[in-house]
Design a protein around this ligand. Structure first.
Ligand SMILES: Cc1ncc(COP(=O)(O)O)c(C=O)c1O
Length: 477
């Protein structure tokens, strides 16, 4: 880990662990899992389980490394953290302190980011069906609106006129991606990457993009059309494919210059950048291992592709925007569950270790994303058996299948690594479960940044109409 340690934020010396899972998360001298300066067993005893834990310094470190990796090849890059991956208020404060922008989906996410003091000039509003209220919030605050429907332009135009302000807009595009027509996604999605993009709800075709640009040019001087935006989703983990996407963005810029006389000053390449884990059970188990392109490889390939393609088309170098989510927040988080009933069926060689962490809390467990599992208080004990770790939901709720573990008994703790992205922000209340608290660890400090949900939070939204109350408790009929 020495190479990683040297790139860590200067604010905090990287802890020395017996074994590192990342710069700030690892196995301490007592054989337990630690996040920075805190033993995870002690965190679970103090704050209860299930529990999400975020390492502040891992989060900052991933952001800085990602930013530096892109700026090394192409200095004019702005990083817009994809808030959806973890949209907690404290998380947004950290990103603001780091100078990051933000990609927002919907009114609430944008509201949280604005409330945290995010710089609107470094924010973008995305979404395929924006509501009038979110368009107004964006325009009133100077957030760039990425158009994703023909009539959205009319809504933006009307809002800007009504508010009497200029508005910054971009267009989310649906690239044709001829270079990815034979490239197949490694993951959850099926079909070639180009075909998947064509079948998605997001983005405007080239003809629609050109028409939007013409309408703005001819009739809407108060709208400043600055960027093309594209997001490939999480289809792949190879830098060469992201570079191909960037090349296609530049080709569209050249076509738009020639057809409409508008050259985008900014290309926003979206998110979808991955990270690998040598334990081979990170997101997309067995695929996102140490062969995944590094941030440095992504940055070099994409920066070079944009420079080459711009040169070939005689275009000025645009500003780049990148919207990474999981690659910044993913490795910063872990989720801890406590072991309850341990059941076995010796004749079939099956054993189930029940924990109180569920698919509600780590929703990507239900698609083939498998997380590396660490027995918190027996983190370096030798494995003696193979078990399924299961959650409490009335579904199969497999949290980790066929894992080799030390003997686990009631009261022990397990943790899933890399749950900092899309766990808390996508969590649900199935079986009327309450959602866990989240604790932010910074050095030896630990603070709650999301309160644990209580039964009244879940029940409080339920209502019984008068006629049902009357039938249940009223007199007569
Ligand atoms: C427009 C946009 N940008 C960025 C992201 C972040 O993606 P990731 O977390 O895979 O980097 C998403 C994810 O859905 C997205 O839709």
């Amino acid at each position: 880990m020495d190479d990683l340690a040297s790139a860590a934020p200067r604010a905090l010396p990287v802890p020395r662990f017996k074994r590192h899972f990342s710069e700030f998360i690892g196995i301490g001298d007592n054989g337990h899992l630690w996040v920075e300066g805190r033993d995870c067993e002690e965190l679970a005893d103090t704050f209860g389980t299930p529990l999400h834990v975020i390492s502040e310094n891992q989060f900052r470190h991933a952001y800085r490394r990602f930013r530096d990796a892109f700026q090394a090849e192409y200095p004019n890059v702005e990083i817009l953290f994809a808030n959806k991956s973890n949209n907690g208020l404290a998380m947004r404060h950290i990103m603001n302190q780091e100078g990051a922008g933000g990609d927002c989906f919907g009114y609430n996410e944008m509201y949280v980011a604005l409330l945290a003091g995010s710089d609107p000039a470094k924010m973008a509003l995305n979404g395929s069906n924006k509501e009038a209220a979110e368009i107004e919030l964006a325009i009133a605050n100077g957030v760039c609106v990425n158009l994703d429907a023909m009539d959205e332009l009319d809504m933006v135009d009307e809002t800007a006129r009504r508010l009497g302000v200029d508005a910054e807009v971009g267009i989310r595009v649906k690239l044709e991606l001829p270079g990815l027509i034979d490239r197949h996604s490694t993951g959850v999605h099926h079909g070639s990457m180009a075909e998947i993009v064509w079948g998605e709800k997001w983005g405007m075709s080239y003809a629609q993009t050109a028409e939007l640009a013409k309408r703005i040019r001819d009739d809407m001087p108060h709208l400043h059309l600055t960027e093309l935006n594209f997001h490939l989703s999480r289809l792949d983990n190879q830098a060469c494919d992201f570079a191909e996407m960037a090349r296609d963005m530049v080709r569209w810029s050249a076509r738009l210059r020639d057809d409409v006389g508008w050259t985008p000053s900014c290309l926003d390449l979206g998110g979808g950048w991955t990270f690998g884990r040598k334990e081979k059970t990170g997101p997309r188990g067995g695929i996102d291992d140490e062969r995944v392109s590094t941030f440095e490889e992504y940055g070099a390939a994409v920066g070079q592709a944009v420079k080459d393609e711009c040169k070939g088309h005689d275009l000025p170098l645009p500003k780049l925007r990148i919207e990474p989510g999981r690659s910044i927040s993913g490795m910063a988080g872990i989720s801890i569950g406590r072991v309850g009933a341990v059941k076995e069926w010796p004749e079939k060689d099956s054993k189930w270790v029940n924990v109180n962490l569920s698919g509600n809390h780590v929703p990507w467990i239900t698609i083939p994303h498998h997380y590396h599992m660490v027995p918190v208080n027996k983190a370096d004990a030798p494995a003696v058996e193979t078990v399924d770790i299961v959650g409490p939901l009335c579904t199969h709720d497999i949290m980790a299948r066929a894992r080799q573990v030390p003997s686990l008994v009631r009261g022990d703790l397990i943790a899933l690594l890399d749950t900092g992205a899309y766990a808390e922000s996508q969590s649900a209340n199935f079986n009327a479960q309450c959602r866990p608290a989240t604790v932010l660890v910074s050095g030896d400090k630990a603070d709650i940044i999301t309160e644990r949900e209580r039964l009244e939070d879940v029940m409080g939204r339920f209502r019984v109409p008068p006629h049902l109350l009357a039938q249940s408790f009223g007199k007569g009929e």
